[in-house]
Design a protein around this ligand. Structure first.
Ligand code: ADP
Ligand code: ASP
Ligand code: MG
Length: 410
């Protein structure tokens, strides 16, 4: 008998009909003799609705109150599923993040998990009860509600699986696994049977929202075997696991696109030691993650610095940067959010050269201008004009032999 954590995403619990389908799956797994813990997201669209509501009330909602609001979506879903199961004579109980002891820091809206006590879950399992746990939420040391960042129910599932030393954590979603690119953007994308934690972490951080990147980081750190499957159809999914020889033979395993970044450019920055620290210090203190940075060669002791930040943090970042720009007597600050990042990911890049040059050639053939470039051992990213993102993804997917019809390039 295995202990399995099942997580169902928003689309999978998006209607009463779909909640019934999840209940049926839970019953099936139980009949197969497994011990089960179920983690749920809010019904699809609900978290977005609550975010919009908050912004209708005030342009810059307080982050503690935002968490209080957003955490309600998951509570609705868990109560409905628990009712459904109980109506079928199955002993299930819903629990909030607080009740199962998901203790986080106090970074509201993107809190990090400090520990998971899981006492109520263990108690429930021992009593033959199926715990239905609210994803995406925890509490800080003062018992204030926190949330774990968008897509954070994946992290709840992985963290609960790690705390319970579960045999598997299955992420049920609206596609049947991890693909070589988002199948909704690149129709010729193929499902991967296996993907390494490291590749999955890059894919997720670079825009593949199939798994929240922090959940992958957590799974890798605690060695939690994660499987991504469809909640709508039976069949094989994708196993996220440790790297093996097969994976290394493939140069590029996936293409991603990310529209969630924005670019800030400071023009006419005095080229002196200490200036970069003056600019990026306050941004880091405000908990804003800077992704790419480019500094031009200086002319007449002045230079331009461009960098990217998450679009959601753009307002906060611009206010800080404008203040510093004034203090250091830079000429001006420019902002654009019409950018996107296209990336290639693959552990095989470690042992293959020329991938970057080929990527640039493909983009140039499509007439796509590259604004920024960044590379690591297993990925290459280019910032481009947002309107070319889908074109760039499809062209790269085909050029690197990932399309369904083409044989995989080795
Ligand atoms: P859930 O609500 O179940 O958490 P998400 O919407 O967060 O589901 O994630 C599933 C979606 O991720 C898919 O519908 C798909 O459009 C998108 N996606 C992006 N990149 C990939 C990829 N490489 N493989 C599979 N799906 C991807
Ligand atoms: N409901 C949250 C969101 O939409 C968490 C999740 O779905 O994983 O981001
Ligand atoms: Mg998700």
């Amino acid at each position: 008998m295995a202990l399995i954590v099942q997580k169902y995403g928003g689309t999978s619990v998006g209607s009463v009909e779909r909640i019934h389908r999840v209940a049926e799956r839970v019953v099936q797994a139980r009949q197969a003799g497994h011990d089960l813990v179920v983690v749920l997201s809010a019904m699809s669209g609900e978290t977005d609705r609550l975010v919009r509501l908050a912004h209708e009330v005030t342009p810059c909602p307080d982050e503690r109150e935002m968490d209080m609001l957003l955490s309600t979506g998951e509570r609705v879903a868990i109560a409905l599923l628990a009712m459904d199961l109980r109506g079928r004579g199955i002993n299930a109980r819903s629990f909030t993040g607080r009740q199962v002891g998901i203790i986080t820091d106090s970074s509201h809206t993107k809190a990090r998990i400090a520990r998971v006590t899981a006492e109520r879950i263990r108690e429930a399992l021992a009593g033959g009860i199926i715990p239905i746990v609210a994803g995406f939420q925890g509490i800080n040391e003062r018992s204030d509600v926190t949330t774990l960042g968008r897509g954070g129910s994946d992290l709840t599932a992985v963290a609960v699986a790690a705390a319970l030393k579960a045999d598997r954590c299955i992420i049920y979603t609206d596609v049947d696994g991890v693909y070589t690119a988002d199948p909704n953007i690149v129709p010729s994308a193929r499902r991967l049977d296996k993907v390494s934690y490291e590749e999955m972490l890059e894919l997720a951080s670079l825009g593949a929202k199939i798994l929240q990147s922090r959940s992958v980081e957590f799974a890798a750190r605690h060695g939690v075997p994660v499987e991504v499957r469809s909640s709508f159809k039976e069949g094989q999914g994708t196993l996220v696991t440790t790297e093996d020889m097969d994976m290394e033979r493939v140069v590029v395993s996936g293409v991603t696109g990310d529209r969630h970044q924005a670019k800030i450019t400071i023009i006419g920055v005095p080229d002196r030691p200490g200036i970069a620290a003056r600019i990026f210090g306050p941004v880091a203190e405000a908990n804003i993650i800077v992704d790419m940075i480019i500094q031009n060669v200086s002319q007449a002791e002045l230079t331009d610095i461009s960098f990217t930040v998450p679009r959601v943090d753009l307002g906060k970042a611009v206010t800080l940067v404008q203040r510093v720009a004034k203090e250091i007597e830079a000429k001006s600050v420019g902002v654009t959010d019409a950018i996107a990042k296209v990336s290639l990911v693959g552990v095989g890049m470690r042992s293959h050269s020329g991938v970057a040059a080929r990527m640039f050639a493909v983009l140039s053939r499509e007439g796509v201008n590259i604004m920024m470039i960044s590379t690591s051992e297993i990925k290459i990213s280019c910032v481009i004009d947002e309107k070319y993102l889908e074109l760039a993804m499809r062209a790269l997917h085909a050029a690197f032999g990932l399309d369904e019809a083409s044989g995989r390039e080795e």
